[in-house]
Design a protein around this ligand. Structure first.
Ligand SMILES: [Fe+2]
Length: 201
């Protein structure tokens, strides 16, 4: 079974049906090539760098480039397409529950490479969350975390539940007054539940 959304008849049919139920055309789900002026205005960034809210996000690897992750050396790197592969990104909840052992994947979407720019791009994602009532504290029963220690993200007793974190991050999206980071160039920050959430330009 192919996992290319553009070529997979099952995925295509499901996405088409969902679009029709909303009175939309399938075309509206694709990211289309943008005008040069828009690329200039956004510096070719289609979706700013961020981490997802939940535990794990699964993406279908797709042949049209655009997705990049921020690697450990602080460089944005392309996610290479592999046929039939899934891309798995860790989200905020995993970082909090593991006390920083697993870092949330900072990722962004930029203009595809020159040879792919004229082709519409379709992203298919699966976002998963911890249970709504799960407190996002480190799982201290882990022998690994007991041995290596944990990063503190929230004050004692202040950790949000998954539901609170999801609701607050979603509600503040695009509305927060972001402040430029004092430590990192090109990074803006907001504080949610007392912990810093970064946005990468
Ligand atoms: Fe994302």
């Amino acid at each position: 079974m192919s996992f290319k959304p553009q070529e997979n008849p099952l995925v295509h049919e499901i996405v088409c049906s969902m679009s029709r139920l909303q009175g939309l055309d399938i075309d509206g789900l694709y990211s289309h090539p943008r005008e040069a002026t828009e690329e200039e205005l956004t510096k070719s960034v289609w979706l700013k760098g961020h981490a997802d809210i939940g535990s794990i996000t699964i993406l279908y690897s797709q042949p049209i480039g655009g997705l990049q992750i921020l690697s450990r050396d602080n460089q944005w790197r392309w996610i290479k397409h592999i046929d039939n592969a899934l891309v798995v990104n860790a989200g905020d909840a995993i970082e909090f529950l593991s006390g920083g052992y697993y870092k949330a994947t900072r990722h962004r979407v930029i203009q595809p490479p020159a040879d792919q720019r004229s082709i519409p791009r379709l992203g298919v994602f699966y976002f998963s969350m911890a249970n709504d009532d799960a407190k996002l504290n480190p799982l201290l029963e882990s022998p690994v975390l007991q041995r290596i220690g944990t990063t503190k993200y929230f004050e004692e007793g202040e950790a949000p539940t998954m539901e609170q974190w999801r609701r607050n991050r979603t509600a503040l999206y695009g509305k927060s007054q972001l402040k430029p980071s004092e430590k990192e160039v090109g990074v803006e920050e907001e504080v949610i539940h007392g912990t810093v959430v970064k946005h990468y330009n």
